[in-house]
Design a protein around this ligand. Structure first.
Ligand SMILES: [Fe+2]
Ligand SMILES: [Fe+2]
Length: 165
């Protein structure tokens, strides 16, 4: 798996805690984590569409359509990091989402897991946007657009499996 330009934690290691959000480094820590979650989502959905044969009609296609959106989310955040001069590989990130995804044995298990991860990411995006709305409207707008897409992604688990966050 190619995770460039990210630097992964050593197996079993936790990533360092994010620094103060008032510092550029702290914002960078949050952007890096968010961008890496998006890249893991790209790989997770790409993997899931061919891995599971027990999917309800239409779900695989919905996941397939989502992949370019996850790619776009990742690209938007990485682009913003570049504008702000934040180095992607400066701090290691944890491939926890990807590792958990690979443990899923059924399409349902995968769908519920990834929806809960997307919902956590969505909530973090809402918090970040709120914290930045006055000081960094450009980053805030990027997260607002991601959060809007993620609402539909999370809704797939409700539509197909009756899941509620
Ligand atoms: Fe996303
Ligand atoms: Fe998503």
């Amino acid at each position: 798996m190619n995770w460039e330009p990210f630097d992964l934690c050593a197996p079993g290691q936790r990533p360092p805690r994010p620094r103060d959000i008032g510092l550029l480094e702290g914002l960078g820590d949050r952007l890096r984590t968010a961008a890496f979650a998006e890249l893991q989502a790209v790989h997770a959905f790409s993997w899931a569409v061919s891995r599971f044969e027990d999917l309800p009609e239409g779900l695989g296609e919905d996941w397939r359509r989502q992949i370019p959106q996850e790619e776009r989310h990742c690209a938007l955040i990485l682009e913003r990091m570049a504008e702000l001069g934040i180095e992607v590989g400066a701090v290691p990130v944890s491939p926890r989402i990807w590792e958990s995804v690979r443990d899923c044995q059924t399409g349902k298990q995968f769908c519920l897991y990834i929806a809960s991860a997307e919902e956590r990411g969505r909530q973090a995006g809402i918090r970040l946007c709120r914290a930045l709305q006055d000081t960094d409207p450009k980053t805030c707008a990027i997260f607002q657009s991601i959060v809007d897409d993620e609402e539909a992604h999370v809704a797939l688990a409700a539509t197909y499996y009756g899941w509620r966050p």
